[in-house]
Design a protein around this ligand. Structure first.
Ligand code: PHE
Length: 449
């Protein structure tokens, strides 16, 4: 318990942990396929707007409330709510976040399992000389095998539980201070490969030259949801991390650093994927398998690609691990903070629940591939993804923004913001009070009604 609420050792350690949370599968796996399904540059443009005008302000709000409350997400919101609005019901926002985190973790671990499976596959030359059809067959075979998916999912979830429970957290974060830059460098190399061997001109144009007619409510909601998911906001992760944040650290500056690293990784991943998509006749709107069928083509063709591919997927697993840890953390913090009991037991219990929920995702890609609950096009996995990323995260984020903007007294917010820049503070306050709530509620209503 003491360790749980010890502050981060330094500003740097905190930034690494928060960047570790933000950068993960959302950047390398999800961003490219969401962009591909959303029509390319139109999606990217809306996404960047969402990060800047909605995501960063809410990230600031969440870290601010977290540091102010200093406890688990539920207690923090209940306490702040009682203090500043007379109602502890704000704890429900933290509670909804805890439930959402469980569901996100459940599918996150399954997808991270795909990356884990690809480490030995790459190393053993499984992609040598492969073209798009071959990598699609390889990926299809993995998806079609629920037992294999279960095995890799179990392995990844066990690693997550071990890291959060085993107190090796600091070690993982220290290790990721050089592993994350390594992943970044790998992405750069893959972009370079795309320039030489892919159809870079077409890939880059696809990602960067928007066709405005493609922007509709669906694209805006998907892009907004992706911004929340990628920045790890709206479900209490940053509330939990903010509670460990030392007083002297500038929240706005930290938030900008997190958003810059996160966005750079996503854009690089897109620039790595799409030149290969077009050069090898793959489909940009392929869906969740996109990176798993494109990047292996590159690894199969480049010199030392087996080693390179294995290292890449291993780094992706590490990036996913630092994010998964940040999904488990708020739930465990709530459990031990609210109900007592050992951290280890909570990690194991919560990990088991998320692991079991993972079955829903696993079966969506094989046994239930044709199942469409509620009609329409969405599989069970698509529903979990949609309800978490596009509904729960934006709603949670907006409620936190409204709280920070309207209920938290101005002086308190200013003190947490660090009032060295009064103009910037005014801009932030306008964004969380008006712009973020109106835009998110607007698109949600547009889609749901
Ligand atoms: N931001 C992480 C990613 O992009 C996922 C995540 C979402 C982590 C929400 C924590 C909370 O991979």
């Amino acid at each position: 318990m003491v360790a749980q609420h010890a502050a981060w050792s330094s500003r740097f350690a905190f930034i690494m942990a928060a960047v570790g949370s933000a950068v993960g599968l959302g950047n390398v796996w999800k961003f490219p396929y969401m962009a591909g399904s959303g029509g390319g540059a139109a999606f990217v443009l809306v996404y960047l707007g969402c990060v800047l005008l909605v995501g960063v302000p809410i990230l600031v709000a969440e870290l601010m409330l977290g540091r102010r409350g200093g406890r688990d997400p539920v207690s923090t919101m209940a306490t702040l709510g009682a203090q500043h609005s007379g109602s502890a019901a704000w704890g429900l926002v933290g509670g909804a976040g805890v439930v959402t985190a469980l569901f996100v973790l459940s599918f996150y671990s399954v997808i991270a399992g795909w990356a884990l499976a690809y480490v030995p596959k790459a190393l053993l030359g499984g992609f040598a000389g492969a073209d798009g059809a071959a990598t699609q067959a390889t990926f299809g075979a993995l998806l079609g095998n629920p037992l294999a998916l279960l095995g890799w999912h179990t392995a990844f979830m066990a690693m997550t539980v071990f890291v959060v429970a085993g107190g090796v957290r600091g070690g993982v974060e220290r290790a990721s201070t050089w592993l994350m830059p390594a992943l970044f460098a790998m992405l750069l190399v893959l972009v370079g490969y795309g320039m030489v061997a892919g159809d870079f001109a077409r890939g880059a144009a696809y990602l960067l030259q928007p066709d405005f007619s493609k922007i509709d409510g669906g694209v805006v909601l998907a892009a907004a949801g992706q911004a929340f998911f990628s920045l790890s906001i709206g479900l209490g992760t940053m509330l939990a991390y903010g509670s460990y944040l030392p007083a002297g650290v500038s929240i706005p500056r930290t938030s900008v650093v997190i958003a810059l690293c996160d966005t750079a990784c996503a854009v690089l991943a897109g620039l790595a994927v799409f030149p290969i998509v077009f050069a090898f006749g793959l489909d940009p709107s392929e869906g969740p398998g996109l990176v798993f069928v494109t990047l292996p083509v590159a690894f199969g063709q480049m010199p030392a690609g087996a080693l390179f591919g294995a290292v890449f997927f291993a780094l992706l697993v590490v990036a996913a691990l630092t994010s998964a840890v940040s999904l488990l953390e708020p739930v465990v913090a709530w459990g031990t903070g609210r109900h007592g009991g050992s951290r280890g037991a909570w990690c194991l219990g919560v990990g088991t629940v998320a692991w079991a929920l993972g079955f829903l995702t696993i079966f969506s890609f094989n046994l239930w591939a044709e199942v469409r609950p509620l009609g329409g096009e969405r599989t069970v996995f698509d529903w979990i993804d949609y309800l978490t990323s596009s509904v729960m995260l934006p709603l949670g984020g907006v409620l936190l923004a409204l709280f920070a903007g309207w209920l938290l007294p101005r002086e308190v917010a200013a003190a947490e913001f660090g009032a060295d820049d009064a103009a910037l503070f005014r801009v932030w306050r306008f964004l969380v009070r008006v712009v973020a709530p109106l835009s998110v509620v607007g698109v949600l209503l547009d889609r749901l009604l």
